[in-house]
Design a protein around this ligand. Sequence first.
Ligand code: FES
Length: 102
Amino acid sequence: MSLVTIMPSGKTIEAAEGTTLLAAILAADENLTHKCEGKAACGTCHIYIQDGRKGVSKIAREENERLDTIVGIGSKSRLACQAKVLGTMDIKVELLGFGSGL
Ligand code: FES
């Protein structure tokens, strides 16, 4: 179990191992666009992980390729639908106020 803090609202939610950040964020009643419903195909669920990046699953090729197509990515970027909570540490994510360009 990890505690996921969602910025900028500061809401927190507990997420079990294997939960995607997208599922955790939606369970916290936060709004995050996810047009392809978690297939790493749209990029609209792009978020930043501010803290606890080692507490989520590694980036797979599919996610990496999708991130490469998004405007505004950085070292903290992840697709919320692909990053799964490992349950080893707490995580702080930031929902982005700008579109992904897609
Ligand atoms: S919901 Fe489409 S890439 Fe995550």
